[in-house]
Design a protein around this ligand. Sequence first.
Ligand code: ADP
Length: 297
Amino acid sequence: MDLVVTNLSKTYSNGVRALNDITLQIPKGMFGLLGPNGAGKSSLMRTIATLQEPDSGSIMLGDIDVLKQKEDVRKILGYLPQEFGLYPNLSAENILDHFAVLKGITNTKERNEQVKALLGRTNLYDVRKKNVGGYSGGMKQRLGIAIALLGNPKLIIVDEPTAGLDPTERYRFLNLLGEIGENIVVILSTHIVEDVRELCSNMAIIAKGNVLLSGTPDDVVNDLRGKIWKQRIEKSELAAMMQSHKVISANLVAGKPLVHVYADEQPGELFTQSEPNLEDVYFNEMHKAANKQQVEA
Ligand code: ADP
């Protein structure tokens, strides 16, 4: 069951055009929606999750018209928003049980079984009776995903779930998502390139409400093969380098900038060719989008 978004647009009442004619084909598996803050990721996620209306466009999940058949979507949707509150004085077990009732799992035996299974799956079983007020950020996120998984959803949407997690918790959370994503559509919105590289079979990059690129991570990286060049320079040379070349990134390595430059041919004899990676793809798209804007301004 694919999710197909067609020509979706949304302008908020303050005039911000958050979604600008978005078209995306999202197949089964993990789909990474990558973009900087303000790109429109949450707006798109909330619209797919039936929580807000677009101005125009359509969204189909298999043969369900998402914008019209909201109740049908909600039955098969698990949504983990960017921020969510949990009653601090309740235990994970109580909270999950409560949400299971809301999800319509009224049979007590079935509900208990599902709650228990999800606590196990998210590694919270041993702490299920503890108040969630004492949980770490990672534990809260795992409880959030357990809530999203209630009722065996066919579509899962997780909005920036790894922001603020320490590396161990992030790894654990991504592994959990990866397991879930094998059989259903999972959309992971993030501004962290590694989240997508490590996990997603398909992806799109969006910025300022526009889809800049979509495809498999391998394909989009391959498209840059032979075009990324690197050189370590002095910090004092960086400004001039940015004037004269298409510098797409300049990460400090042991205190000195390692610049990555986009060029069809070797841009200077001190440059060596660099194996492209997803970060190059992302920064190249950001660079192109910023230039386009300058030209238009
Ligand atoms: P992201 O999730 O990628 O950070 P958002 O969808 O939250 O992006 O925001 C996209 C743009 O829309 C931003 O410029 C943001 O300030 C604006 N925006 C988001 N929600 C609203 C809203 N309810 N009203 C007005 N502007 C909004």
